[in-house]
Design a protein around this ligand. Structure first.
Ligand code: IMP
Length: 182
């Protein structure tokens, strides 16, 4: 579906993201230092670049799994209903789990997924989000680790899309609609 014309303004550079992930990985390593195996669960699809970079910085025995939940359609409007489109492949009961999310916006997605995964009885479950938009929060949830707090802007890149586009940008950019500036 075509969207209104827009440009992308760089907000967080690839270099800044890489440095932040290195620091996050150190903190996560310290929290799970004694683990026999950390199951890293990526929320599809927006976290696929973040999880790829994160696991390569984590000097721990890891397993990677994915879960897909939907809360956004092809627009900038959030819908409140969270549906699971793809569940985990592996078991997490009694295991150490790290949930990797791209953006915590209203918080519905992360809250729903954390509730679902906690019901499976993990030993420890922690969350990391690359981006957080605290001003948009509608439910009470905060990731255990956050890469960057950002203002209420619609962002793309580094795995994050606008109507399935721009996931392949190496940086995080803000979407600016052209007619808004006319
Ligand atoms: P929440 O349930 O409102 O917290 O929404 C979380 C999901 O909405 C994220 O995982 C993203 O997929 C999507 N989302 C939230 N903000 C943005 C954005 O600025 N750009 C693209 N997707 C977003």
């Amino acid at each position: 579906m075509p969207t209104r014309p827009y440009v992308i303004e760089e907000m967080i550079s690839a270099k800044t993201i890489a440095a932040r992930i290195e620091a996050l990985a150190k903190d996560i390593h310290d929290a799970f230092e004694d683990t026999d195996k950390l199951i890293v669960v990526g929320l599809l699809r927006g976290s696929f670049v973040f999880i790829a970079d994160m696991v390569r910085e984590l000097d721990l025995p890891v397993e990677v799994d994915f879960i897909e939940a939907s809360s956004y359609g092809n627009s900038t409007e959030s819908s409140r209903e969270v549906r699971i489109l793809k569940d985990l492949r592996g078991e997490i009961q009694g295991r150490d789990v790290l949930v990797v999310e791209d953006i915590v916006d209203t918080g519905y997605t992360l809250k729903h997924v954390v509730g679902l995964l906690n019901a499976k009885g993990p030993k420890r479950l922690k969350t990391v989000a690359l981006l957080d938009k605290p001003s948009r929060r509608e439910v009470d949830i905060k990731a255990d680790w956050t890469g960057f707090e950002i203002p209420d802007e619609f962002v793309v890149g580094y795995g994050i899309d606008f109507a399935q586009r721009n996931r392949n940008l190496p940086y995080i950019g803000a979407v600016r609609f052209l007619e808004d500036e006319a």
